[in-house]
Ligand binder design. Sequence first.
Ligand code: GCV
Length: 704
Amino acid sequence: MLVAAAVLLAFTGNVRAEDGYALWMRYAPLQPALAADYRTHLGEVVSPDQTPTQRAAREELVRGLSGLLGRAPRMNTAAIAAPAVVLGTPQSSVLIAPLRKEIEALGDEGYLLRHAHIDGHTVLLVAAPQDIGVLYGVFHLLRLLQTGASLDALEVRESPRLRLRLLNHWDNLDGYVERGYAGRSLWDWQTLPEWRDPRYTDYARANASLGINGTVLNNVNASAQSLAPDYLAKAAALADIFRPYGIRVYLSARFSAPIELGGLTTADPLDPAVQRWWRDKADEIYTRIPDFGGFLVKANSEGQPGPQDYGRSHADGANLLAAALAPHGGVVMWRAFVYAHDVPADRATQAYTEFVGLDGAFLPNVIVQVKNGPIDFQPREPFHPLFGAMPRTPLMMEVQITKEYLGFATHLVYLGPLYEEALQSDTRVRGEGATVAQLLTGIAGVANIGNDRTWSGSHFDQANWYAFGRLAWNPRHPSRDIAADWAAMTFTPSPEVVQPIVEMMMDSREAAVNYMTPLGLHHLMARGHHYGPGPWVDGGPRADWTSVYYHRADRHGIGFDRTAHGSNAVGQYSPEVAAEYEDLARAPEPLLLWFHHVPWDHRMASGRPLWDELVGRYTQGVRQVQGMQATWAGLQGRVDAQRHVQVAAFLSLQRREAQWWRDASVAYFQSVSGRPLPAGETAPPHPLAWYEALQFPSAPGDGR
Ligand code: GCV
């Protein structure tokens, strides 16, 4: 009852001021007629409450129904006295036990929603083989109500397509979040394990609502301290909070921890003392966290220690940790994000070269974690060539939810289409073809979560967490539909609001590509912090951390020749894909300059020369943001003022920065191409030197 009263107080109308804390779980009152209709189906809740997960499911349903329908449902534990929602598993509910066979076919995390007739009443079953499936089913039901869906003839059977659906937090132990734009870390390591902030439970609820089933608590640029006893006690407290919500805790492991924590003189994976140290450490972790998920490792990449320091391979390193975890059922997620500045080969080719020969050399509980594209979370990349190239190795795909390269938290860029594009890329490796999604064991998203009241640093960045989770559950779900669900749940289910918001979201990623890196350009952001344009970035410690390395623009043309005449990155794809990328006439225009160095007067699909097209795309990106501003302005009064004002302010910031991107990029590329601006295009208001001189030493999120 208390929960219901609190929810009602918080959400008495669609346009009441809101600060975003409730995410997509606002449970704001529905239109009275709709609420009355739902109440006829859902008057009672019949549910077990013996386990923490059963209680979580029941509480969530009560919270949701109370808020959405305006009154708390009657609670019941067994018999049916009215139209009811019946929750349970074949073990926990006699009402559900007869469906055992059918339900068990759904797998450990699946669930079923269906009407049935029991004791003369129509009931809605939320049934699953395990408690966690019931919780997932409750969230599904609440989503249907929040989006105003019909419950007639309801028949939902769901099972996740990917086994591992994880967030990766790049959170340091001092609370700093690398590439984080949403405040400081959610984990208050100082006050753990004693203080269990209720926010940790809300974090778990939000993830469970999407089916996310694991979280890596600490940065891949890891401190060995995360594995020290005091920090394990803190991680164990979080694991206890998350467990009822089906979320396992994982840790990033620093490869040199046996030296730093164990006092050994080496971390060589073939050294027996090192092997013993990791075995003992795994045993210690499992005594504290019995369902510990395993380790995530960044090794021999960007200065991190690894097996190659001892002349060993990535497989030697991964297998060392995997052997220690195997007796407990843990996994190692070994990242393939490796590239070295002293290797002359194109950076885009290095991970493949390093890993492809190791296919089959990993222990069964190793999963190689590969970024969606071969460089680094750019606004657009082709899919990573390792997908499809390691048939004997389980693979996870890693995407960024935080927007390191897409305008941080202040640019409205919905990443659903980016994830969808990566997941649906056809690797053409199995004759008839296989999408990247079909080849995956799991997926990891670099979290955009911090202690900001909105969780994600802006209202619209919540949609990226949401879309990641929904696609992790079902990689085939259209990102447009996910956007529509999110908008309905986050603002209001009214189509006059949802539709324009969805249009805006669906256009937003392409807008960012246009004003930052059109036509396959990539890595043109300012050095280090990656805030704003820096196409002129050159020199410094590593060529592959400069922009000129990637765009290769000169008087004659622009783009990175990755064909057989160039770096031959195309040769790492299956023959059909390679043939398409290799051929200037067939390469997809959105990836043109990723694969080809193209003369400025090359004729584009529009009929315009490349130079004109490039400038036009930059200008188009700015126009798209203006369009988003106009759409949002039209929603004033239909969205609560508190959120409307902040989104409007961020859009105006985005508009200003899109213009900055456009002007700085046009000024720079014009200085290289020496070409006049196409007719109708406005000259940048400042000379190139003005843009180049801008400095942002305090930009957020930089690595350190
Ligand atoms: C955690 C990019 C980012 C780094 C990040 C790295 C990685 O290079 O800029 O901050 O480090 O990717 O994924 O390991």
